[in-house]
Ligand binder design. Structure first.
Ligand code: PLP
Length: 390
C-alpha cells in the first residue's frame, strides 16, 4: 500500500494540528519582546480577545511562557499554604493529580468523586455541596473542566454555584476545553482558570493562560507566596502597573495564539462550539457502528473536544494505534494513569473538529481493527458519521 505524505492527520487531544495561518504567524519576524512596543500591543490585544473567549469581564488575564503545568502549579502555589484544606474533585487523571500539587505546597487535599463509576461521568454537584457543608474549613476547591484522559466534561456553572454558595475559592483547569466548549468565567464565578495553547487553540505547546478574579487576588495577597518564578503578584505589578514583562516572552508563540483566537472569533464562538458538539456526536455514532464502548457512561458526560473509548477485548491498543498511524496516517492517542492500555482517544479539538478529520480518524480505526481480525463494516462507520453531518 502506498502511504502518501498527505496521510498525516493528527487526531490526538493535544498537541493538535497547527493551521496554516497559525504557522505563518509563527514565522513572523522576531524583535526584542522586552523592548518592542508593538509586541506589547499584540500581547495586550491577545489578552483582550481571551477575555471575550472566556467571558472574563472582571478579572485579570496573563499568558505566560511555559506549559499548562506551569499555570496549574502557579495557581496552587499562590493560594495554598501549610495546612490549607482543599476539596479535590477527582473524577479523572488530572482531577486526581491536583492532590499531589496541593500536598507539595503543604495543603491537605480532601479527595471526592474518585470511584470507578465517578470517572465515567461528570462530577455530581450535590456530592460537592454535601462535602463542603460537612467540612466548613475547606478554603479552596479544584476542578478539571474537561479531564482529557477520560474525555469527561464537568459542569462548570453548576459546580461554580455550589462552591460560591460555600464561599470557597474555585480553581479550574480548562486546558482542553478552551476554544472548543463554552467557558464562562464570570457566570461560573471561577477564581483562577488555567488554559494551555496546544489543545483546541491549535498553537504549539509552550504557553499557559491564567484568568484571575478579584476574590483570588485577595487570597493571593493573604497567602503571600514566598517563591519567586511562580509569584503571580509579579505579573500584576510589572505588567499591569508598569507595562513591562517580568520575564522574556516567546513572541512568536504569542503571535500564533493571537492568530488562532482571531480565527475563532471570525468563525464566531457559537459556531465553533457547535462544530465541536457535532464532531463529538459523529464520533459517538461511529463508535456505535463499530460496536465499541465509549468510556463516559453517557454522551451527556462526554467532552465535545475528545472522544474516549475502550478497545475491543483481545486487541492490544498500542498495536492498534501503531497500525492506524503507520499504515493509515492518522495519529490517535492512548491514555494515562490508571486508564493506560484501557482507553483510546480521538481528539477533535480546534481545526480537527471537522467532518473530514472525524471521517479519517474513524475509518482508519475501522481499517486497523479489521487488519487485527475484528469484524467491522467500514461503510457503516462512514455512513454513521455522514448521517450526523447531514
Ligand atoms: C486537562 C489537562 N490539564 C493539564 C494538562 C497539562 O498540560 P501541559 O502538558 O501543557 O503541561 C493537560 C495535558 O494533556 C490536560 O489535558
Amino acid at each position: 500500500m502506498v502511504k502518501l505524505y498527505t496521510d498525516r492527520f493528527i487526531m490526538t487531544p493535544g498537541p493538535t494540528e497547527i493551521p496554516y495561518r497559525v504557522k505563518l504567524a509563527l514565522m513572523k519576524e522576531s524583535t526584542n519582546p522586552d523592548l518592542d512596543p508593538d509586541f506589547l500591543r499584540v500581547y495586550n490585544e491577545t489578552r483582550e480577545k481571551l477575555k471575550h473567549v472566556l467571558n472574563v469581564r472582571e478579572g485579570s488575564i496573563y499568558v505566560m511562557t511555559g506549559e499548562a503545568m506551569l499555570g496549574l502549579e502557579a495557581a496552587i502555589a499562590n493560594t495554598v499554604k501549610d495546612g490549607t484544606r482543599v476539596l479535590v474533585i477527582a473524577n479523572g487523571v488530572f482531577g486526581e493529580g491536583f492532590a499531589d500539587l496541593i500536598k507539595a505546597y503543604g495543603g491537605e487535599p480532601l479527595i471526592v468523586e474518585n470511584c470507578e463509576e465517578c470517572w465515567r461521568r461528570s462530577a455530581d454537584p450535590s456530592v460537592i455541596d454535601r462535602e463542603l457543608e460537612k467540612h466548613r474549613d475547606i478554603e479552596v476547591v479544584t476542578l478539571v473542566h474537561c479531564d482529557t484522559p477520560s474525555g469527561i466534561l464537568n459542569n462548570l456553572v453548576e459546580v461554580g454555584k455550589v462552591v460560591r454558595d460555600h464561599g470557597s475559592l474555585l480553581i479550574v483547569d480548562a486546558v482542553s476545553s478552551i476554544g472548543g466548549v463554552p467557558v464562562d468565567f464570570d457566570k461560573a464565578e471561577v477564581d483562577i482558570l488555567i488554559g494551555g495553547s496546544q489543545k483546541a487553540l491549535n498553537t504549539p505547546p509552550g504557553l499557559t493562560i491564567m484568568a484571575i478574579s478579584e476574590r483570588a487576588w485577595d487570597r493571593i495577597e493573604k497567602i503571600n507566596y514566598r517563591g519567586f518564578y511562580l509569584d503571580l503578584k509579579t505579573w500584576r505589578d510589572m505588567l499591569d502597573n508598569r507595562g513591562i514583562f517580568p520575564y522574556t516572552m516567546c513572541d512568536v508563540l504569542i503571535y500564533a495564539l493571537n492568530e488562532s483566537i482571531k480565527m475563532i472569533m471570525e468563525e464566531g464562538l457559537e459556531n465553533v462550539h457547535r462544530r465541536h458538539l457535532l464532531a463529538m456526536k459523529a464520533s459517538w455514532r461511529a463508535l456505535e457502528a463499530l460496536n465499541l464502548n465509549p468510556y463516559p457512561s453517557s454522551m451527556n458526560y462526554s467532552s465535545p473536544t475528545v472522544t474516549a473509548f475502550e478497545p475491543p477485548k483481545g486487541i492490544n491498543s498500542e498495536e492498534l494505534r501503531k497500525i492506524i498511524w503507520e499504515k493509515y496516517g492518522v495519529m490517535i492517542a492512548g491514555s494515562w494513569g490508571r486508564l493506560m492500555g484501557k482507553v483510546l482517544r480521538v481528539g477533535h479539538m480546534g481545526v480537527q473538529a471537522s467532518r473530514t478529520h472525524v471521517l479519517s480518524a474513524f475509518t482508519a480505526l475501522a481499517r486497523a481493527l479489521r487488519d487485527l481480525g475484528y469484524s467491522v463494516n467500514i461503510g457503516k462507520v462512514a455512513e454513521a458519521i455522514e448521517e450526523e453531518y447531514k
